[in-house]
Design a protein around this ligand. Structure first.
Ligand SMILES: N[C@@H](CCC(=O)NCCCC(=O)O)C(=O)O
Length: 252
């Protein structure tokens, strides 16, 4: 029988919510290479980019064909109108269509109990979609550290580990990594203020900022504020996160 008819070899298909970027005079729907490679190499799944075409198509048309969804990081900020605040006066980029697609996808995923993994902005999307709020500039909140990267540094410095996160004992992240403390990278200006409904805090930084969450009513719903995808092949602890996500997609 031709390989094309033998569905025993099919790997899980994982949707990756895209970002909208203007390149020249045109609109593009984009996903970062490092996320797609981490899903392919560490989670051992087939990533497929979900375009921000929610005005043309029902996200359920995607959800019914997928085995999981991944929410990437992004330089854009979640629009604070989604948690009842005005934009602060910062030179931030926003991506309304990413906001909308993320929120619609998260709600559908919870309904379908499809495995979900989020990174950085992906964690923020989940928190806001479930009624939580964000600090728009974590570094300006008294008592919080500066969680931003220095964009003038080489990428290996920007994505290098810089602080510890304290993992909630016996939580999902603890069960996956086997660790109660993990050193992680940090590349974000926004961060969780009010935790959304039905979310469990899975890790906090030393300044008490929430660094990982899980979705209570999902079989596998996890998001981390750091970037485990960065050189994941060289980082066995971060690799366990992608392996666990891939296993959850395979177990569907
Ligand atoms: N813009 C948000 C989220 C930060 C984030 O996801 N940064 C990564 C961008 C580049 C990449 O995809 O690695 C914030 O600043 O809080």
């Amino acid at each position: 029988m031709s390989d094309y008819k033998n569905d025993q070899k099919l790997k899980p298909l994982v949707g990756v919510v895209s970002d909208v970027q203007i390149i020249g005079p045109h609109i593009f729907h984009t996903s970062g290479d490092k996320y797609l490679r981490a899903l392919s190499q560490a989670a051992d799944v087939i990533p497929v980019v979900i375009p921000c075409l929610q005005d043309d198509q029902d996200i359920k048309q995607w959800i019914r064909r997928l085995d999981g969804v991944f929410l990437t990081g992004a330089y854009s900020m979640v629009d604070p109108k989604h948690y009842g605040e005005q934009k602060i006066d910062k030179p931030y980029d926003y991506d309304e269509r990413r906001d909308e697609l993320s929120f619609q996808t998260i709600r559908s995923l919870i309904e379908a109990d499809l495995p979900l993994l989020g990174v950085c902005r992906g964690l923020q999307d989940i928190n806001v979609a479930l009624g939580g709020s964000l600090y728009q500039a974590v570094q300006e909140v008294p008592g919080n550290n500066d969680h931003r990267e220095d964009k003038n540094q080489p990428l290996d410095i920007q994505y290098g580990d810089v602080h510890n996160v304290n993992v909630t004992q016996d939580g999902l992240l603890h069960r996956i990594t086997g660790r109660t403390q993990i050193k992680v990278n940090s590349l974000h200006s926004q961060g969780i203020n009010k935790v959304g409904e039905g979310l469990t805090v899975e890790a906090r930084a030393d300044d008490n900022l929430v660094e990982a969450i899980s979705v209570d009513q999902m079989t596998f719903g996890l998001a981390v504020q750091w970037h485990p995808e960065w050189k994941v092949a060289e980082n066995p602890i971060q690799r366990t996160i992608f392996e666990a996500f891939g296993d959850a997609c395979r177990a569907r």
